[in-house]
Design a protein around this ligand. Structure first.
Ligand code: NDP
Length: 330
């Protein structure tokens, strides 16, 4: 069966030549172990960070070793008391068609009312990120204005919908007019800004947010963060969730000169990492699941087909080819 390894560290935007396909024999499982067949593989912007030789909150990938991400897999053999053949699990797994595992740290998928792939998106880390970052840092109040970048993506589209559930004005920033139309018609955003065609993003944010920005949910960093910061209200909350606009830069651009704004506005800016909140995942999944069941939350997936397309799907995230969660159906 096939395995995808990191052949070399990308410089700038990742390319298919940075990855290598290898084959390995089907592993034999021992007592207590299970054999897993990958069904859906999540590709995520943060994996770019793990391809650098830098210490971060998770260790870097090693050259010539398999990459890994969240995967939904089926148990195809079991010598474990906890799993049966035919069970489905989600968890951090290698980019392999088939792999053995002890089962430790895997979540067994029991609710089959939602599609399996949802456990990589709306009921997986991106949905949890949207919900828990808003709960712990955003603290939205009815009538406030929420601005979110990466608005048509996996995290951003959920952030906007939760904003609407909480009774806020919601404005999204994304990279095509189609995405802007889509977040308004499908997800109920009040307004949207195309950051690629805007002539002055700071002014367009001001126009779309006539009462200023109370919560800015930042998925992109860079110039868009600067522009958002120049529109914040007193006691605004800025959630630093991601900075995809700089992930492929070899040198991190110099920081903002906006400390004055933070003081004047007594704003709070805080970084967020979803894994810090594992103790809240079960409650959060319950809440997200109940909004889904009540049709208050909708979600998009961009699915690529076939294990061979995992690297390409990953690269496409940086080209904005996805709407909602980008994943590969193996
Ligand atoms: P998305 O589904 O949002 O996909 C990424 C999107 O980013 C693309 O579709 C593209 O849309 C946009 N984009 C790409 N390049 C740029 C650029 N240079 N400037 C602005 N936008 C760009 O991904 P996720 O929802 O999975 O992740 C969103 C963010 O949240 C990322 O920064 C990610 O790292 C972060 N994240 C953080 C977590 C945490 O715990 N802190 C957990 C999960 C995600 P467009 O067409 O609009 O350009």
């Amino acid at each position: 069966s096939k395995v995808i390894t990191l052949k070399e560290r990308p410089s700038g935007k990742p390319e298919e030549k940075n990855f290598e396909f290898k084959t390995e024999d089907k592993p034999e499982i021992g007592e207590g172990e299970i054999l897993l067949e990958s069904k859906y593989i999540s590709v995520d912007p943060y994996l770019r960070g793990r391809m650098r030789d830098e210490d971060s909150y998770i260790p870097p990938f090693k050259i010539d070793e398999p990459l890994a991400s969240m995967v939904v897999a089926e148990v195809i053999e079991s010598k474990s008391n906890d799993f049966e053949k035919g069970d489905h699990v989600s968890g951090m797994l290698d980019w392999k068609e088939i792999q053995k595992h002890t089962g430790e740290g895997l979540n067994k998928i029991t609710n089959k009312d939602v599609p399996l792939s949802a456990y990589l998106g709306i009921l997986g880390l991106t949905g949890l990120t949207a919900y828990l970052a808003l709960e712990t840092i955003g603290k939205l109040k009815e009538g406030e204005t929420l601005l979110v970048s990466g608005a048509a993506g996996a995290v951003g589209s959920v952030v906007g919908q939760i904003g609407k559930i909480k009774g806020c004005r919601v404005v999204g920033i994304a990279g095509t007019d189609e995405k802007i139309d889509h977040i308004k018609s499908k997800f109920g955003f009040d307004a949207g800004i195309n950051y690629k065609t805007t002539e002055n993003i700071k002014e367009d944010i001001a126009k779309a947010c006539p009462d200023g920005v109370d919560v800015y949910f930042d998925n992109v960093g860079g110039d868009i963060l600067d522009a958002a910061m120049q529109n914040i209200n007193d006691f605004a909350r800025i959630i630093n969730c991601g900075a995809i606009s700089i992930y492929n830069k070899e040198e991190v651009p110099k920081g903002m000169r906006l400390e004055g704004i933070m003081v004047k506005k007594r704003a709070l800016m805080q970084g967020f990492i979803v894994r810090d909140h594992a103790d809240q995942f079960q409650d959060a999944i319950k809440q997200l699941g109940s909004w889904l069941a009540d049709d208050k939350l909708k979600f998009d997936e961009t699915k690529r087909e076939g294990f061979d397309n995992v690297p390409k799907a990953f690269i496409e995230i940086f080209e904005g080819k996805n709407t909602g969660k980008m994943l590969v159906k193996v």
